[in-house]
Design a protein around this ligand. Structure first.
Ligand code: ADP
Ligand code: ZN
Length: 520
């Protein structure tokens, strides 16, 4: 049997481990449970593949990326690793063959779709073989609060009950500290060691601009900064994917569309071209990219606002995996916000609240006057990083205005609700109080008798929402629940005492006005 380092050289052909890998591998090889947070492209797969090769038995990998299992297994087979998968796309015979190989101990790795583990026959099959470890990939899918929830993941907590002695390693590229804690508790990984790799991708330059003529802006960006280079352009809808791909092609840029509405053959062909050719641009919905491993993607462009910061970071993370300079460029406008709000209105209350919070966090990133990277890293729980010098706000500080007084009004409303009434409310109620609106909810709670009632009539509803978003972004306010209840932070006190100035961004699109416009 190889040692981990021997397996790295002999099987995978790499010289050395990347940051974090060896520690994680050693821990799992020794039978420990692990929760691994590593950015996309960080090298998560080796963290379970090598232990699976080193430990006796079969490594069982749970992954939601059914479409990629064949590719993953092919890639491993090419390296001489004995791998197979079980999912719903297979016919009976194929499944039988994999099951027989598993039972005969002829596999190193077995990939499973999560729903397979809800089927008693799969569990019985696993019970008859020897399992070296369970790897739970894309572990954030267990989070009901996250953007990618899969109910089948909840059942994975049972693995521990059935196989208490088998080590489990859960991996994800997207997790805020709250999601992180949720993963640990839902997967019964309370005792697991946590490995948090730095989320920073220093070679990616971040730039977010407001959208006025999106096509021209995109074309300028591609021509001046990435001529002839490979990249991904993300759009929200299939129809804009088609339009933008055609527009780029008309302008002499090699571009192909990719979205779920295309037939399988076309999609596979476009994906294959992207991987193989130099300098192809794929214009895509977010259906494109999961698990795509192309190291030299030089840019990721967003022509519409992503749904969440998690989504944004995952999508932009596909650029520059080779460590060379790459750009994450985005143009967003108020129309995007209207569209997202409309989409968020579908579904139940809890869903709506979550979507709105995700969207607000995304807008806060767009509207920040501070370093984008600092804010992103902070969002993912890496506090106290220094301004990076490699993002637009660092390189050309945006125009800002002194928002100290409005900030004090918001914070003191939050404070008074808490101190005088023992209550917490979301941004809607705070804005209504400041604007002096006698809504049913304001009257019901007697908020019209608060001393701050009506002190904010100098700004509109839009502006108040913007102020709150930027306060959240700057850590001067926090959201406490998924109802969006606002609470003060340690830093709020300095603003309330007048010891800290608050700068707000001037060029942020006027969001609430867009809401009214949508009704026209
Ligand atoms: P993730 O799952 O974290 O997004 P992958 O496991 O797909 O990342 O790894 C990203 C890329 O880095 C792959 O091409 C992989 O082969 C490569 N890689 C991983 N570990 C190493 C290493 N120690 N040395 C060189 N390349 C590595
Ligand atoms: Zn920066």
């Amino acid at each position: 049997m190889d040692t981990p380092t021997e397996a790295l050289h002999r099987v995978f052909g790499y010289d050395s481990f990347r940051a974090g890998q060896q520690e994680i591998i050693d821990h799992v090889v020794e039978g420990g449970d692990a929760l691994v947070l590593m950015p996309t492209g960080g090298g998560k797969s080796l963290c379970y593949q090598i232990p699976a090769l080193v430990r006796p038995g079969v490594g069982v990998v749970v992954s939601p990326l059914i479409a990629l299992m064949q590719d993953q297994v092919d890639a491993l087979t090419a390296l001489g690793v004995r791998a197979g998968f079980l999912n719903s796309t297979q016919d009976f015979d194929e499944r039988q063959r994999v099951e027989a190989a598993f039972l005969a101990g002829e596999l190193d790795l077995l990939y499973l779709a999560p729903e397979r583990l809800r089927v008693e026959t799969t569990l019985r099959l696993l019970a008859k073989g020897e399992i070296s470890l369970f790897a739970i990939d894309e572990a954030h899918c267990v989070s009901q609060w996250g953007h990618d929830f899969r109910p089948d993941y909840l059942a994975l907590s049972e693995l521990h009950e059935r196989w208490p002695e088998v080590p489990r390693i859960a991996l994800t590229a997207t997790a805020t500290p709250a999601t992180h804690a949720e993963i640990a508790s839902r997967l019964r990984l309370e005792q697991a060691r946590h490995f948090v790799a730095s989320f920073d991708r220093p070679n990616i330059h971040y730039r977010i601009t407001t959208k006025n003529e999106p096509k021209r802006q995109l074309l300028d960006f591609l021509r001046t900064e990435h001529p002839g280079e490979a990249g991904i352009v993300y759009c929200l809808s299939r129809s804009s994917v088609e339009k933008i791909a055609a527009f780029l092609a008309d302008n002499g840029i090699a571009a192909v569309p990719y979205h779920a509405g295309l037939d399988n053959r076309t999609r596979a062909a476009h994906q294959a071209r992207f991987l193989r050719e130099d300098g192809l641009v794929v214009v895509a919905t977010i259906a494109f990219g999961m698990g795509i491993d192309k190291p030299d993607v030089r840019f990721v462009a967003h022509l519409d606002l992503p749904k969440s910061v998690e989504g944004y970071y995952q999508e932009t993370g596909r650029a520059g995996r080779d460590g060379l300079p790459a750009t994450a460029w985005m143009a967003y406008g108020l129309h995007d916000v209207v569209q997202h709000r409309r989409l968020a209105m579908e579904g139940d209350d809890a869903h709506r609240r979550r979507q709105v919070l995700h969207l607000d966090a995304m807008l806060a990133l767009c509207e920040t006057v501070e370093c984008r990277r600092v804010m992103l890293l902070d969002y993912f729980g890496q506090q106290d990083s220094k301004p990076c010098g490699n993002c637009d706000t660092c390189q050309a500080p945006p125009e800002s205005w002194d928002g100290t007084v409005p900030a004090q009004k918001v914070l003191s409303t939050v404070l008074r609700l808490r101190r005088e009434r023992g209550q917490k409310f979301g941004v809607g109620q705070i804005a209504d109080i400041l604007l002096g609106k006698k809504t049913a909810k304001v009257l019901q709670h007697g908020h019209d008798s608060l001393s701050v009632f009506g002190v904010g009539a100098d700004l509109g509803n839009t502006e108040w929402h913007g102020v709150v978003r930027q306060l959240l972004a700057q850590g001067l306010l926090a959201v406490e629940s998924d109802y969006g209840a606002l609470v003060l932070t340690d830093a709020s006190a300095d603003v309330l005492r007048g010891q800290r100035e608050v700068r707000l961004r001037r060029d942020a699109p006027r969001v609430a006005r867009a809401k009214t416009a949508a009704k026209d």
